[in-house]
Design a protein around this ligand. Sequence first.
Ligand code: SAH
Length: 493
Amino acid sequence: MKLYPLFADLSRRAVLVVGGGAVAERKVAALLEAGAQVTVNAPELTATLRRWVAERRIAHADEAFRESWLDRVWLVVAATDDAETNRLVASLAGLRRIFVNVVDDAALSSFHVPAVIDRAPLTIAISSGGEAPMLARLLRERLEALLDHSLGALAALAARLRGRIRAQLPAPAARRRFYERLFAGEVAELLRQNQPQAAQAAAERALAQEPGERRGSVVLVGAGPGDPGLLTLRALRALNEADVILHDRLVSEAVLALARRDAERIEVGKQAGNHHTTQERIHALLLEHARAGKRVVRLKGGDPFVFGRGGEELEYLRAHGIPYEVVPGITAALACAAYAGVPLTHRDHAQSVRLVTAHCRDSLDTLDWPALAQERQTLAVYMGVGELDGLRARLLAHGRAPSTPFALVENGSRAGQRVVTGTLAELPERAAAHMVRSPALLILGEVAALAETLAWFGQPPLGAAAPAHELSPPRRGRKPVSSPDVLAALHRA
Ligand code: SAH
């Protein structure tokens, strides 16, 4: 069940609570806090409920439940310990299209009461749709600890200044930036120290100094290989502050999902041999949005400076006077090695690593093959799936042993990760047999053999010992491989 979240204004609105026990009391307390006019229907009440009746904070109906009461209330809560009564109340409320909450019965409820973190006027509500209330509660505890109590005061301060901020900063982007600084900086700090007057003064000072118009800028951000857990904190912040995100096709959906919801997203997908958007067009887009005063995030798979043309983009921005920052990302070589259990260097096997691209025949011809063919070093080859034949021929011709192990990592760090292992002698054939597709990274060198023993993520490597048609079930992998993935792998095999 997927619920539609809703915050209801119940102030001075009539609500009926059926039941007078401890559970009913908790519900009444929350309703009173929201300013509802509560009537409790029960023969007997808890001591606290009786006190509230005596103080005229709630009304008490001690006779048997009457259907006609439902005609004048906005909401009903059924909190008796009698399932039959609860069911009756729920069905009668349903007939009148009044929302009803039946305590501990998600199926009978037409509204659920979430776990709440109260930083009034800020409210955070968590629901598991009745499926995992303990998880919702646990999350609530974590957030409670995480969110300072001064947040409420911060929200109230923002509310007081809102009209003036809007008047002084009519452009939404400028306003948002001002709020971001307000919420992160000195003002928030002062409120945490319980100095509301100093905080108010600091906020007013900041507003007085706010220039309004702002220069646009570009942040070149490495999105890592796909697993959003591999983003840096800085990358996350940039994604949350972006007005526009220009991203490559390689950037995973899971990473994009972390970006600010209303940031404009432009895919400038590029794929080997299939350039959707030219580099010139990307440059033009960067310039256009930055000149419009926006904060542009240029989001690239892996690291922006490793085979990502990040350097060219910065040169262009610099030539046009656009300010920029760079946030590094975890490059495919590091991520694929980690997620395949292949240490890129190892005291016994490899003292150096080379990051190489084998993009096309031309790039193969320009590489320093005698150096690349040396032993006890690891090659991490990017964009190489189309050139494995040429790669093998040249490495063998320059003396690399045919028995040199490789690990070819497809979709590294993602749910569909596959690792194909073998030796240099059989590299293109093994890749073809498993229909390895881009994005895939080739790790070649003595260390690649360790994938057989050190693998931990997803499915075990497709080694020569385990023929493709005998896919074993996932091992200790962190993410269990879902059945569609297995089917897809079987299909590919
Ligand atoms: N800037 C990127 C590289 C871009 S070149 C980085 O630092 O990772 C694109 C190549 O990177 C792909 O052809 C592939 O070889 C490699 N690659 C990127 N993401 C990958 C992934 N999740 N799994 C395997 N290879 C990947």
